[in-house]
Design a protein around this ligand. Structure first.
Ligand code: ZN
Ligand code: ZN
Length: 357
């Protein structure tokens, strides 16, 4: 018989079942629009809350809290966090902290939502539904964790969604709740989740980043500009993710408008070399040319040095040979001279007695 699972494992299994049930219940509950029907006002409520909360996630959770792509006041940063929390995508500090991990470890085993690590479905919704990563690691986001109101909202992230649901009920009863808090939220979830799943699998790549990020026009439309994900992975700190005028980025247009009236400021932009991929490509080609030329020159120089060395060695050998010859000649001459001296001495000693006698 299998041993009973540890209390923590049991708690985890129960949490996962609860989380998955709520996730599925939201989807099934949204289908109630088919029975309840709706007016154009309900459709507008659904679309309006989708757009507002997508802005809260993209401009707030993502560009402001995760990347600090612009500055704002303490009250407006709370407003951004509140609107983002209305999307029921867990706490702002939790979300932004883990998003920093995503950039630091993109598509590696430490990336929680990489399609190449745990599959497309897990990258899309599995990582979010699972309570596996529920703890907020404040060390990932100390710059915002120092605000008590943000820590509070991070813990009670569901409060803004409850307030929103109550407002929907006040507007149009149960139908308002189903359209505004139900269907709109489910659409918003999947719209947001495409950035973790499809934006790493579907689209084109302008920049050779070390991850699988893509640029995709359709995803940029449904996420108010987040679909320019390859741009974003290449230069993550800019307030705009569409780098060129044709790259639609609604969140950025709204941020520009808010900057114009002084609500936000210091919107960060990508530097010039990032905006000119042609320029970068030309510079890279030029650099490769310079490198190849330098390598050729180096090889030529090495060859020339080799030749000079060979000539020097030949000359040295010749000189050595010449010195040997001179030495041999000198030795011969020396031997001859010695022989001559010896015979002269001998002649002299033989002649002496005759002279004295
Ligand atoms: Zn990414
Ligand atoms: Zn990012």
């Amino acid at each position: 018989m299998d041993p009973l699972p540890a209390p923590d494992a049991r708690r985890f299994t129960a949490l996962r079942a609860l989380s998955l049930s709520l996730f599925i219940a939201m989807h099934l509950g949204s289908l109630a629009v088919l029975w309840l029907g709706g007016t154009w006002a309900d459709v507008a409520l659904c679309a309006g809350l989708y757009v507002l909360r997508m802005f809260g996630i993209t401009a707030g959770y993502h560009r402001y809290f995760a990347h600090r792509a612009y500055k704002t006041s303490r009250w407006f940063q709370f407003v951004l966090a509140w609107i983002g929390s209305m999307s029921i995508q867990k706490g702002v500090l939790w979300w932004a902290g883990l998003h920093r991990v995503h950039h630091r470890w993109s598509d590696t085993p430490r990336d929680l939502h990489s399609p190449v690590q745990r599959g497309l479905l897990y990258a899309h919704a599995g990582w979010f539904v699972s309570p596996e990563h529920d703890e907020t690691d404040m060390s990932l986001i100390p710059d915002f964790a120092k605000y008590p109101e943000l820590r509070w909202l991070n813990t009670y992230y569901w409060v803004p969604a409850l307030v929103m649901a109550a407002a929907c009920y006040a507007l149009d009863g149960a139908r308002g709740v189903v359209w505004g808090a139900g269907l709109s939220t489910v659409l918003l979830w999947h719209g947001t989740f495409t950035i973790n799943s499809l934006s790493h699998t579907w689209g084109s790549r302008r920049y050779e980043t070390t991850d699988t990020s893509r640029n995709n026009f359709i995803l940029a439309l449904i996420t108010l500009g987040e679909g320019w994900h390859n741009n974003h992975h290449h230069y993550m700190n800019s307030a705009n993710q569409g780098f060129f005028w044709w790259e639609v980025d609604v969140s950025y247009y709204v941020l520009r408008a808010l900057a114009a009236v002084g609500v936000v400021r210091d919107l960060r932009k990508p530097p010039a070399h990032v905006l000119s991929p042609g320029l970068v490509a030309a510079a890279t080609t030029r650099l490769a040319g310079v490198k190849a030329a330098a390598e050729t020159r180096f090889a030529e120089a090495r060859e020339a040095v080799g030749e000079v060395k060979a000539v020097a060695e030949t000359r040295l050998a010749e000189a050595r040979e010449a010195v040997g010859e001179v030495k041999a000649a000198a030795e011969t001459r020396f031997a001859e001279a010695r022989e001559a001296v010896e015979s002269a001495v001998e002649d002299a000693s033989t002649a002496k007695p005759n002279a004295t006698s």
